[in-house]
Design a protein around this ligand. Structure first.
Ligand code: PLP
Length: 361
């Protein structure tokens, strides 16, 4: 079978050794054997989150962890500041509104990163705000945000900082404990080299204290139940154990490369992609480009959908733009199991496609 190149910002390719691990006969989850695997995976996952705290695992896509961060920490009528610089920031606002939380949106032009000074000003104006929600990488625009700078601002207030690191984890800089980030959400199908289906959440003591008082309705995502079960390396409901087995394998692979080396390699790949597209005469879309995914402007006069279609015909899947960016950008992911060879191959085909489309370079 001809190799296909899935270079989208989730799902990302799953290396063969991980696929093989997940193809083994299924085991039961209420067993010492599974608890050991789950416990090993959790210990290694902390190295990626750069935290010593517990990390809760849900069987859901990443959005489940985003929802869990809202429904467990806030109460009806609470006010939350939400950075809206793309699709995924907007998702936090949608979740908040669905549960009766009042949203103060931070309107960030797509492709730009929010200025910590703006968040500071909003917190001063909204002293009753209980939380600030933001992304690490806003995947829809390929933009990395200044979590460190914003954490410094939020840490001086009573509000908590909630960061959706679902796509940035494993590529963009995130130091959960050192920067004192209250809540971090992660997902399985982006930088962690496994298929979709797991979501992760870690909380600071400040966030757990808010959770003790939260009154928003929840059941499946009740984090207190997950924390209680974690004491015996267990989860309240049947876990997607096959994925946890895959995760444990993926993290072992990262560990043998070195977690920091793994992250560094993805940065070098990101820089390689940026350089290569710029050498083709293309422009980056983001003013603060992420190390997880690169958003590239569709060249003037070219048809964005046709470009993606032409790449697909050659076996390479890029993601297009979402919402207002449809047809205006395409996105090349370089996170997780995506390798330099895959990127070199895709970029050389992109050059051919641009020539075929007679885009002036
Ligand atoms: C992929 C992604 C999500 C989660 O999406 P799911 O489809 O629920 O896994 C959330 N935030 C960001 C920034 C993402 O890239």
């Amino acid at each position: 079978m001809e190799k296909k190149y899935l270079l989208t910002p989730g799902p990302t390719p799953v290396p063969e050794e991980i696929q093989a691990e997940m193809a083994k006969p299924i085991i039961h989850h209420r067993t010492p054997q599974y608890r050991e695997i789950f416990s090993q995976a959790n210990d290694k996952l902390k190295k990626i989150f750069k935290t010593e705290r517990d990390i809760l695992t849900f069987t859901s896509s990443g959005t489940g962890a985003m929802e869990a961060s809202v429904v467990n920490t806030l109460s009806k009528g609470d006010k939350a500041i939400v950075v809206e610089g793309g699709k995924f920031g907007e998702r936090f606002s949608e979740i908040c509104r669905a549960y009766g939380v009042n949203v103060v949106p931070v309107d960030v032009e797509w492709g730009n990163a929010p200025d910590p000074a703006v968040i500071k000003g909003l917190l001063e104006k909204n002293k009753d705000a209980k939380a600030v929600f933001m992304n690490l990488c806003e995947t829809s625009t390929g933009t990395v945000y200044d979590v460190k700078g914003i954490a410094e601002v939020v840490n001086k207030t009573d509000a908590i900082l909630v960061v959706d690191a679902i796509s940035g984890l494993g590529a963009d800089d995130l130091k959960t404990d050192e920067w004192n980030v209250d809540v971090v959400a992660g997902g399985s199908q982006k930088g962690l080299m496994i298929p979709p289906g797991l979501a992760f959440l870690t909380l600071s003591d400040k966030a757990w204290a808010m959770a003790a008082k939260s009154d928003l309705p929840n059941y499946y995502f009740n984090i207190k139940k997950y924390r209680k079960n974690l004491e015996k390396s267990d989860v309240p409901y049947t876990p997607a154990l096959t994925l946890t087995i895959g995760l444990n394998k993926a993290l072992s692979i990262m560990e043998s490369e070195g977690f920091d080396n793994f992250i560094r390699r993805h940065r070098q790949d990101a820089e390689f992609v940026r350089r290569s597209v710029e050498n083709m005469g293309l422009d980056l879309f983001s003013k603060s480009p992420s190390y997880a995914v690169t958003a590239v402007k569709v060249p003037h006069g070219a048809d964005g959908a046709a470009l993606i279609k032409a790449m697909k015909a050659k076996g390479v899947t890029f993601a297009g733009g979402q919402a207002s960016l449809k047809g205006k950008i395409f996105r090349i992911a370089h996170m997780g199991g995506i390798k330099r060879d895959d990127l070199e191959h895709a970029l050389s085909l992109l050059k051919d496609v641009l020539n075929e489309m007679k885009v002036s370079q």
